[in-house]
Design a protein around this ligand. Structure first.
Ligand SMILES: [Zn+2]
Length: 335
């Protein structure tokens, strides 16, 4: 079972086990090896399981290019032994290792069995060895001010940083300020509703127009309608709160149904050779729901429109919380 992998790996490498969330399943092993902060464990990237290792060095201290580092990684006997491989293609190395100015991230996917603690441990040590020969350690000082001793923190479960108490507090205060600024934003629900209604009517006309001209409708158009209405409400309201969300959902559904209704109405009028009238509209309306939602396509179109609206909620979501700093080891206990 992977549930205690973080603890086993921590014991194996002499690091600290942290049971915090982040991408890791079964916790992670966190600490500094010879001045290089490390976090390692097993977790998910998207829907894929893999071994995740993040090794940090002093920012911009890499003495070779990222490509050269990847080449050294791909030909390292220790890395190959940990992976039980004879060689790695440059394509494989590219998908395994990401090099950034202040560290490298490894995502090592496995197909059947999770690699043993020993093999993961060897991989961590190999990465630290590569960092040691090609970049400077982060050391014991705060990475922000570089004047006070820093404690090691795991930030949001994946990023490992050395910070002094006051710079950590400052970072937390900055996060809180962002959250507070969003909360303090004034919401204009009526303006949002007005913008949203105009957008919904325009969207319904566009929808009916597209359907009449090309005789089919696309999921993408539905998606765009949800996006457009959500964005219009956001622009009008200033921020999308609970009211904005409810208005977006209702108006998106209304726009799609209205668009489809106009399309069906015009189609029926053309086929029957009769002019558009309120009497025709009411007769079409009686049958509309059974026509539109008899199959799955009506629901599918609605679903896509709501996905579009949901994307807007996500884009303009409230920064609900700041970063989470978990103290891994304090400078006084650092070895
Ligand atoms: Zn500092």
């Amino acid at each position: 079972m992977a549930n205690d992998l973080g603890a086993k790996l921590a014991a194996h490498l002499g690091l600290t086990a942290v049971a915090t969330t982040g991408p890791f399943r079964g916790g992670s092993a966190v600490g500094a090896i010879e001045g290089y902060p490390v976090v390692a464990g097993v977790g998910k990237k998207g829907s894929t399981n893999g071994v995740l290792v993040h090794v940090r060095w002093k920012k911009d201290s890499l003495t070779i290019t990222p490509e050269q580092l990847k080449e050294r990684f791909g030909t390292s006997p220790e890395v190959l032994a940990a992976m039980e491989k004879k060689s790695l293609s440059s394509g494989q190395v590219k998908s395994l290792l990401t090099v950034e100015p202040d560290g490298a991230s490894l995502f090592w996917t496995y197909s059947m069995r999770q690699p043993s603690v020993e093999r993961i441990g060897q991989m961590v040590r190999s990465l630290v060895a590569l960092a040691k020969t090609n970049a400077q350690p982060v050391g014991d000082y705060c990475e922000t001010c570089d004047t006070r001793e820093g404690d090691l923190y795991l930030v949001d479960g994946i990023d490992v940083r050395r910070l002094c108490t006051s710079d950590r507090q400052r970072a937390e205060a900055a996060d809180t300020a962002v959250v507070d600024a969003y909360r303090a934003l004034e919401s204009r629900p009526l303006v949002g509703l007005l913008f949203g209604t105009v957008a919904a009517i325009a969207a319904a006309l566009v929808w009916a127009g597209v359907a009449l001209v090309i005789h089919r409708v696309f999921a993408y158009v539905a998606l765009a309608i949800g996006l457009g209405i959500g964005f219009a409400i956001f622009r009008g309201a200033g921020k999308i709160d609970l009211f904005g969300r409810a208005a977006t959902v209702v108006l998106t559904i209304a726009a799609v149904i209205l668009g489809q209704f106009i399309f069906v109405l015009v189609t029926v009028a053309n086929a029957a050779g009769v002019p558009l009238s309120s009497e025709l509209a009411s007769r079409v309306a009686e049958r509309f729901v059974s026509i539109e939602f008899s199959g799955s396509s009506g629901y599918l179109v609605l679903a896509f429109a709501l996905i579009g609206a949901g994307a807007v909620f996500w884009m303009f979501r409230s920064p609900v919380r700041g970063r989470q700093f978990v103290l891994v080891s304090s400078s006084s206990s650092a070895s």
